[in-house]
Write a protein that binds this ligand. Structure first.
Ligand SMILES: [Zn+2]
Length: 414
């Protein structure tokens, strides 16, 4: 039987929740207050300098914020989007007169986002874009002129590139860590869907198999008093950013992505549990990573692209807290699966660079329930009794993890 590999995810915007420096030492109220305060543009610390060979933009901001910078064509423009910076009544005209910038405007762009647009006298390249995070926060951008044929504007209109950005108003609040005083919220993420069927083996598609399992698992977890948010309820395509936004909006304490992929020319069987590792290059996981991670390369709105130092720093900070929690759940899950007598393809937790696991602020794991490319696994995945045992094992692991994780919460707050 021919096995078709699953399509890569189309877009993989990775968005970081705002987590101000020092947030880990604050109470939840303080953290929420800092998140609500807008960063201020500081005109006295800002300059635009340069000549025919270079343009240097230095924008003083009261605190560092996630941003992105890109070029548009017709006419050539530099666009910088900030996660809400208050420009107050600073006059852009006051900064004109040097380098390649012929006109400048700024202001609120859409909810939660501010935009600066600089019209340029000709094609340029962004030579450098760095957010200074320590000392006096500022965004430094330098532009150098390039020949027409080397000009690389962002494809499409700026609006369409931004259209799918999660609304910061809904996602910016730091997630309130579960401490045993409220119900645990779990996001179940059945992989693929709609125009992306995932792996295929004859009439069986990964998208349907994992959706069926997710619905059953939701029932089982709900009976155990766990609140569930599904990233998709039916067989439709949901973008990666929408999946993460749904999980965040629901305040998910745990994100569980469900897959059942195929490996071509392989006899491998069994389940495997993955957590995110940005440096994962292990060849065993390489093929699967290609399928689940390539979306990043296709996305024009990658927050962790080169130059987005702040986004990277914020994600690293958030991940320092969530990575051990993800790993703890993954270990519980692996143990629960083997205790239930279900086959594990790899007994240890696996590390992979899957885009869907990049939500730095939510502990996240990906379960490969089995291989659609294996006759035995496929039979098991289609067997309700096998799925019930797997759902039972996952539920047990969530309960064990949630108790241990809640016990950790007060220790970290001290
Ligand atoms: Zn998959």
């Amino acid at each position: 039987m021919r096995i078709f590999p699953c399509l890569s995810l189309i877009a993989a915007l990775v968005f970081v929740a705002v987590m101000p420096a020092g947030a880990q030492n604050q109470g939840p109220l303080d953290a929420a207050r800092s998140a609500a305060r807008l960063a201020q543009f500081e005109p006295v610390r800002s300059t635009i300098a340069g000549d025919a060979n270079q343009t240097r933009i230095h924008l003083g901001i009261s605190e560092s914020v996630p941003y992105r910078a890109f070029l548009l064509d017709a006419p050539p423009r530099l666009v910088v989007d900030f996660q809400e910076v208050d420009f107050a009544d600073a006059k852009p005209e006051a900064f004109l007169g040097a380098g390649a910038i012929t006109a400048l405007r700024w202001g609120p762009f859409r909810t939660g986002w501010s935009r600066m647009v600089a019209e340029l006298s000709g094609p340029v390249r962004i030579e450098r874009a760095v957010m200074q995070t320590s000392g006096a926060p500022a965004l430094d951008i330098s532009l150098v002129p390039v020949p027409e044929e080397e000009f690389a504007p962002h494809p499409g209109s700026a609006e369409s590139a931004l259209w799918d950005l999660p609304q910061p108003a809904r996602v910016a609040q730091p997630i309130n860590r579960q401490d045993g005083t409220r119900n645990v919220v779990v996001a179940l993420d059945p992989g693929h869907g709609g125009r992306d069927p995932g792996a295929e083996a004859g009439p069986t598609t990964e998208a349907i198999v994992v959706l069926t399992f997710a619905r059953e698992l939701k029932e089982r977890l709900s009976r155990a008093g766990i609140e569930i948010v599904m990233t998709r309820e039916d067989n439709r395509f949901v973008s990666l950013e929408d999946r993460l936004t749904r999980a965040r909006s629901a305040g998910a304490d745990l994100f569980i992505s469900l897959h059942a992929d195929a490996l071509e020319n392989s006899t491998q069987t069994g389940a495997a549990v993955y957590v995110f590792d940005p440096d994962a290059t292990r060849s065993a996981t390489q093929k699967l990573t290609e399928r689940h991670g390539r979306g990043d390369l296709l996305s024009g709105v990658d927050m962790i692209g080169q130059g987005d130092d702040v986004a990277v720093a914020l994600m690293q900070m958030a991940r320092r807290e969530t990575a051990p929690r993800s790993l703890a759940f993954a270990q519980n899950l692996g143990n629960a699966i083997s205790r239930a007598g279900l086959t594990l393809y790899k007994p240890d937790v696996q590390f992979a660079d899957f885009s869907v696991l990049k939500a730095a602020d939510i502990p996240s794991v990906l379960i490969e329930l089995g291989f659609l490319s294996s006759d035995g696994d496929r039979k098991r995945l289609l067997d309700p009794r096998w799925r019930a045992r797997m759902a039972e094992a996952v539920t047990g692991a969530v309960e064990t993890w949630a108790r241990a994780d809640a016990a950790q919460a007060p220790l970290l707050r001290q």
